[in-house]
Design a protein around this ligand. Structure first.
Ligand code: SAM
Length: 259
């Protein structure tokens, strides 16, 4: 996953879907004006922009060059600095962040333990760390259809070493506990709606950076049409209204770590 260029294709549609969760994440952080806030894996800046509008001094860390440009263009006169980096390598001083936020982003870190150790390094002693992660269900089922075919094509079916269940409160408590943090969690709803299963396929899967990265492999193996049909069938059967609109009732975990 770390090799994916999140600037490829169009991440913007998914970013719009995730904006309500970004707002929830920022609200849960109870940010005070002047606090130093870091948005890790900032994407198009969903969290960073909302936090800056509350008067925070924000650093958006984003590995994809094109997305860093998107954030910079949106920043306007906000107190928002955009930097290159990853969750396990934040270009920030020890103990410099009052709040570290990561909306569906640190979950892509290839080495979760290194990422959380880095968060612990950068957070102030009283700093708080908040992240979101999908719960198993709708999103996992849809992405799982594509992921299963990609794993079959590449022969890489095994879970990546060192990965954790980001949606599991105990996994998070164990991970953060190593650095003296206690974790509390809440389950949140986030519905994604669009005009049709075909529109969902085009805008959220085929043109999503993960689709752009993996579809050439499926196409070369002659599997792309089959995967498209399976995905459209699943969406049509379970999450399409009689009028043909798609409504995906997803849930995610919002975790707050403090020490
Ligand atoms: C699903 S997007 C979420 C973006 C944004 N937080 C939002 O709310 O829309 C995942 C983001 O994580 C970033 N990302 C991927 N691997 C990362 C890593 N190892 N460290 C930090 N960010 C990473 C991607 O570049 C992408 O912007």
């Amino acid at each position: 996953m770390s090799q994916i260029d999140w600037g490829a294709g169009s991440y913007e549609t998914t970013a719009a879907d995730l904006l309500p969760a970004a707002r929830e994440l920022v609200a849960a952080a109870r940010i005070q004006p002047g606090e130093q806030v870091v948005d890790v894996g900032a994407g198009t800046g969903n969290v960073a922009l909302v936090a800056a509008d509350l008067g925070a001094r924000v650093t958006a860390v984003e590995p994809a060059a094109r997305l860093r440009e998107v954030i910079s263009e949106s920043a306007g006169s906000r107190d928002l600095t955009v930097v290159d980096g990853t969750a396990a390598s934040l270009p920030l001083a020890d103990g410099s962040a009052d709040v570290i936020l990561s909306n569906f982003a640190v979950i892509f870190a290839p080495d979760p333990r290194a990422a959380i150790a880095e968060f612990a390094r950068v957070a102030t002693p009283a700093g708080r760390i908040l992240l979101t992660s999908w719960l198993p269900g709708v999103m996992g089922k849809i992405v799982g259809i594509v992921a299963k075919a990609v794993n079959e094509v590449t022969g890489s079916g095994k879970a990546m070493e060192g990965q954790i269940d980001w949606h599991d409160p105990k996994s998070l408590s164990d991970l953060f506990g190593e650095h003296g943090f206690e974790v509390s969690t809440t389950v949140k709803d986030l519905s994604v709606t669009t005009t049709s299963p075909e529109d969902y396929w085009e805008t959220r899967i085929a043109n999503h950076p993960l689709g752009v990265a993996t579809f050439p492999l499926l196409k070369k193996a002659g599997r792309l049409e089959e995967v498209r049909t399976q995905t459209l069938d699943a969406i049509s059967k379970d999450w399409t209204t009689p009028a043909g609109e798609v409504r995906l009732p997803a849930q995610y975990l919002l975790a707050i770590a403090t020490r």
